[in-house]
Design a protein around this ligand. Structure first.
Ligand SMILES: NC(=O)C1=CN([C@@H]2O[C@H](COP(=O)(O)OP(=O)(O)OC[C@H]3O[C@@H](n4cnc5c(N)ncnc54)[C@H](OP(=O)(O)O)[C@@H]3O)[C@@H](O)[C@H]2O)C=CC1
Ligand SMILES: CC(=O)N[C@@H](CCC(=O)OP(=O)(O)O)C(=O)O
Length: 343
């Protein structure tokens, strides 16, 4: 099946192309670029100079003739404007941006941009693959989750669904490598700002807060307020997220771990680490895995739970392809059996 990518010269696209090029059921039909149409892909990505693919300009009709599915890998605001035109022509779409993850009003409030027409916001299915599989299989427009929400929800949802965490506000502390901010030039992404540094940003105001809260409520069954503190670490890739919540009565580390093992049995991309071993970003780098761990701190009665992902893979392009696989009825792992890059 032929697929197209929109926003082809960013970091998310680099990963999409890496996955799609070796996907057994997919061929790249068109790479769309707003800034470099007419150039070869290798002009934007010299590491892909062995691939002879041209970058093209947006033309929904032409894309629909050449691709049955498309990935939007552009900044927020682009898919709200352009996605409906493509989806109307029968193209299945996975959007990596935040445009379709929130209700229209919330999107406007947190992203400061005009939402897509309500019909499209309502039609999009949230693409958290492990939890929304049945809906994703029926969907034609997927709102791929944000990178922080993917890691946070994969470890948080089991705690909420089983009542392991006591109802009430909870704390999510998350650290991300710099590629999470994309490839565009920004002063905050400069080497001297990031190297030898560790710093929080958007404390109490990050756009992923309402996304985590929404799906903690809708999928986890508990609408809870979340205090979310994202931080930048001087790495290229990776997210390590900790969730802290009071444990409900009767929950021990053993019971938590058994529950997590049951929850993710049959889900090949979620790996529960051995007891006492905590997720590390390097152990998932370049792969679609999400590594998890949890314990009850018996001294304080708090659950300490963690998840690690590669933000560009399970946090973006990898999960996007996982969702395409589900939509198309292919094995969930098709094209995604990429081992972590180590060391
Ligand atoms: N980086 C990450 O870890 C994650 C990113 N995301 C989301 O995925 C999307 C892509 O992220 P990422 O690849 O990191 O971002 P980048 O900034 O690296 O790339 C985005 C690409 O979109 C295109 N683009 C930029 N401005 C416009 C515009 N005004 N109109 C149309 N196209 C434009 C550009 O490609 P061209 O010039 O070729 O069109 C650009 O290279 C974003 O919405 C991001 O929020 C989600 C989860 C994780
Ligand atoms: C490190 C870093 O800057 N990360 C980005 C995550 C980007 C993202 O996923 O944003 P969308 O919701 O638009 O998809 C951020 O915090 O904004």
């Amino acid at each position: 099946m032929k697929v197209a990518v929109i926003g082809s010269t960013g970091y998310g696209s680099a990963e999409l192309i890496r996955i799609l090029e070796q996907h057994p059921h997919v061929e790249i039909g068109a790479l769309i670029s707003s800034s470099r149409a007419g150039e070869e892909l290798s002009a934007a990505f010299p590491h892909l100079s062995h691939l002879a693919i041209d970058l093209e300009e947006w033309d929904a009709g032409r894309i629909a003739e050449r691709a049955e599915a498309a990935f939007f890998a552009a900044p927020a605001g682009v898919s709200s404007r352009f996605l409906p035109e493509l989806a109307e022509q029968g193209v299945s779409v996975v959007d990596l941006a935040g445009d379709f993850r929130l209700r229209a009003g919330e999107y406007k409030e947190w992203y400061g941009k005009e939402p897509a027409p309500e019909k499209w916001c309502n039609q999009a299915v949230y693409g958290l693959s492990e939890w929304m599989g049945d809906q994703i299989r029926q969907a034609r427009v997927i709102a791929n989750p944000g990178c922080y929400p993917t890691a946070a929800l994969l470890i948080l949802l089991p705690l909420l669904r089983t009542g392991a965490a006591v109802q009430g506000p909870l704390v999510i502390d998350a650290k991300s490598g710099m590629s999470g901010a994309g490839r565009a030039l920004k002063p905050g992404s400069l080497f001297c700002e990031v190297n030898e540094n560790l710093f929080p940003y958007k404390v109490g105001s990050h756009q992923h807060t309402p996304e985590i809260e929404r799906y903690a409520g809708e999928i986890g069954g508990q609408p809870i307020p979340i205090t979310f503190t994202p931080q930048i670490v001087p790495m290229n890739r990776g997210i390590l997220t900790f969730v802290y919540a009071p444990a409900a009565s009767g929950w021990t580390t053993k019971k938590l771990r058994e529950m997590l093992a049951d929850t993710y049995a049959g889900h090949p991309f979620v790996r529960l680490r051995s007891e006492g071993e905590w997720p590390r970003t390097k152990q998932v780098q370049g792969s679609n895995f999400c590594d998890i761990q949890a314990q009850v701190d018996s001294r304080t009665g708090m659950i300490v739970a963690a998840a690690a992902i590669d933000n560009l893979m399970k946090g973006a392009a990898g999960q996007a392809v996982q969702n395409l696989n589900l939509m198309m009825g292919w094995p969930e792992t098709a094209g995604l059996q990429l081992h972590p890059v180590y060391p």
